[in-house]
Design a protein around this ligand. Structure first.
Ligand code: CP
Ligand code: NVA
Length: 329
């Protein structure tokens, strides 16, 4: 499946369940070889002599650290281009920047604002473009989430032989904003066999286009996707409860309003107990985390896998780069 991947990675909606699983397996393999066998770089150095442009118009800790260190692991050169560094959006259009930058590098990993920016980059780039977050998607985040769930639940489901056996029947509850993270989860998880319960305030609905695609995937995979506005309904029987910030990058001016609109959405032990989540429920969050969306009690508890999830950004970005960026013969 790794040999047939699309040229770019804009969203996992463009990838089949088998392609997603192959990337997650490749990430697990890199992690094992590194942590258990002491491998510190890819023996074939598949990016030797190649440069990957890291075009970041927003802040990043995990995505940046994972990507720069992954390119070193693959023997390539990472060229970080922050928004203060280049002509883009001050003196030059995205289209022209895409054509110029791609004429000199071998891949582009880009964190942008609007979704149209990542599609414009892909359209005008002569090299693969991988989305490092836009306002609608975050594919490399959800790859890391899937690796984490496979690690956590693989051990709890000893009869499961494939990744899909581990995923099937797990119920994921989202309690939070209608944002890039939940859209990307809805793009990837139903087709991988998860049941999803998505809870957002009525004022922040999941867009129709995202729902329609998720429903189509869910029907094919014989799983369910349901929508709620009351967190207590959404967390019923949940294996995994996930949230994210209520104020995404770029929404800072809406902060006060959003803090009011998300009252009652803080993930807590009481919420999980009252709503009837499974007793061994797991907490996930892409980070960075603000205290309002989850209590410290949950965030720093044994059921929270957020730091494992964060580390897995490294292994999954490494796998995505190794699969998509080396020049094909
Ligand atoms: N989860 C995530 O993308 O984190 P950063 O914004 O720090 O990269
Ligand atoms: N929804 C958040 C995710 C950060 C990784 C944002 O877009 O800012």
């Amino acid at each position: 499946a790794l040999k047939t991947l699309p040229r770019h990675m804009i969203s996992l909606s463009d990838y089949s369940a088998e392609q997603i699983a192959a990337l997650v397996e490749s990430a697990a393999d890199f992690k094992r070889k590194t942590k258990e066998e002491g491998q510190t770089y890819h023996p074939d150095a598949p990016l030797r002599g190649q440069t990957v442009a890291l075009l970041f118009s927003k802040r990043s800790t995990r995505t940046r650290v994972a990507s720069e260190s992954s390119i070193a692991y693959l023997g390539g050169h990472a060229m970080f281009l922050g928004k203060e560094d280049i002509q883009l959006s001050v003196n030059e259009s995205l289209r022209d920047s895409a054509q110029v930058i791609s004429s000199m590098v071998d891949g582009i990993f880009a964190r942008v604002g609007a979704h149209s920016e990542i599609t414009t980059l892909a359209e005008h780039s002569s090299v693969p473009v991988i989305n490092a977050l836009c306002d609608e998607n975050h594919p490399t985040q959800i790859l890391a989430d899937l690796l984490t769930i496979w690690e956590v639940y693989g051990g709890r489901r000893p009869g499961a032989s494939t990744m899909f056996d581990v995923f099937r029947g797990l119920r994921v509850a989202w309690v939070g904003d209608a944002n890039n993270i939940v859209y990307e989860m809805l793009a990837a998880m139903p087709k991988c066999g998860f049941d999803m319960r998505v809870c957002t305030p009525a004022k922040y609905p999941i867009p129709e286009s995202v729902r329609v695609r998720a429903q189509g995937d869910a029907e094919k995979a014989k799983v369910s996707v349901e929508y709620f506005t009351d967190p207590l309904d959404a967390v019923r029987d949940a294996d995994i409860i996930v949230t994210d910030t209520w104020v995404s990058m770029g929404q800072e001016a809406e902060k006060a309003q959003r803090l009011r609109d998300f009252q009652g959405y803080q993930v807590s032990r009481e919420m999980a107990e009252k709503g009837g989540a499974k007793s061994d429920w797991t907490f996930m969050h892409c980070l960075p985390r603000k205290p309002e969306e989850v209590t410290d009690e949950v965030f720093y508890s044994d059921r929270s896998v957020v730091f494992q999830e964060a580390e897995n950004r490294k292994w999954t970005i490494l796998a995505a780069f190794a699969a998509l960026l080396p020049k094909k013969n």
